[in-house]
Design a protein around this ligand. Sequence first.
Ligand code: ATP
Length: 368
Amino acid sequence: MEKKIKIALLKGDGIGIDVAEAAKVVIDQTLETKKITQFDYYEIKTGAKYYQKTGLDIEPGGEEMTEQCDAILLGAIGLPSIRTAEGTEIMPHLRLRERMDLYAAVRPVRVYSNSTQRLIDPRAEKIDLIILRENTEGLFYTASTSGRSQIANDYEVRETLRITRSNTEKLHRFAFRLAEKRKEQGKNALLTCVDKANVFKSMAFFRKIFDEISIEFPAIETSYNHVDAQALDMIRRPWEFGVLVMENIFGDILSDLGGGIIGGMGMAPCAEIGDHNALFQPSHGTAPDIMGQDLANPLAGILAGSMMLDYLAEKFDDQSLADCSKMIDRNIERGFHEERLRPYELGGDMGTRAITEEVIALICEADR
Ligand code: ATP
C-alpha cells in the first residue's frame, strides 16, 4: 500500500498509558513481521494529569488533529482524584465521540481457553457475543460535561434520555450487518434488541425502529430482551447470544458485566465506529487502584488494536491489514491455549510487560 496510515494516539492516564503503549508495540511488531509499512502515530496530549497541569483536557488543536487521522488508539482517560469545579471528571473522549459521530460501540465478550471463567457451567467456554452499545445519545446525552442537564440545582437534577430516529436507524443497520458478518464466519448471529420497551416510550421507539430495519435483513434471526432480564441472562445463559444491541447506559453497564463473566475488564476491548472515523480502546477505565504497579492486563488494549487493524483493512480495502489483525487474535488464543498468557488479573503470574512481551514472542514465532 502506498498511503501511510495516520493514527492518533491518546494514551491518557493511569493504566491507559501502559495498555496503549502495549497495543502500539504489538501492532508495530505485527506490521514488521508481515513487512507492511509502519503507521505514522500522532501523539495527542490529553487526560486528567494534563488538565491538572494546564487547565485543558486535551492539547490545543488536539481534537482537530485526532479527527484528521485514519483511526484513533486510546488508552483510558480520567482520574477520580482530579475533578472539574463541578466535581465531575474530565471527559474529552465524550466530545470526540460526538464530534466524529462514533455512534456504534462494539464490545466483544469472548472466553479464551484456560482463561479464568467466573461461571461454573461448562457451556461458559462457548461465550462469544458482541455488545453493541449506542454511543452518542441515550442517557449519556446529558452526560455531565455536555452542559445539557435541564435542571441541576441543589434541590433537583433532571437529565434526558434521547433516542433519535436518524441515529437509531444507523445503529440498527450496523447491528444487522454485524450479525451478517458473524453468520458468514459461522458464529452465532442471533441479534437481540435489549431495551425496556414495556416501560419507556423512548425504548418502545428504539424497538419499533429495530423492527422496521429488520425487514431489510430477512436472513437474520432476531429476538428481544428487557435489559433487566438480559442482565440475568448474562449470568444464566450468555452462550446463547450473538449480537446484543442497546441504548448507551444499558451498554455501559452490561459491558462491565460482560467483562466480569470472561474474567475481568482487561479482557474487554472496544471499537467506537462512525461513518468516517473510529476510535479503539479497552472497555476499562484508568484503574487508579492498580496503576503504576505493572498489574494491568494489557490484552483488552491489544485486542482493541487488532480491531483497529481490521477496521483499517476495510477502510483501505487492504487484506494484509486484516491478516495482521487475525495474526494478533490467533496468537492471543494460542497463548491462552498453551498457558503462556497468565495475566495477574485472571489469577496468573504475569504483569503488563510480561504479557506484552509474550504476545510479541508468540507473533514472532508464528511467522518463522
Ligand atoms: P470508568 O468509569 O472510567 O470505566 P471504572 O470506575 O469503571 O472506570 P475501571 O478503571 O474500569 O473502573 O476498573 C474497574 C476495576 O477493574 C478496578 O478494580 C480495576 O483495577 C480493574 N481493572 C480494570 N482494567 C483492568 C486491567 N486492564 N487489568 C486488571 N484490572 C483491571
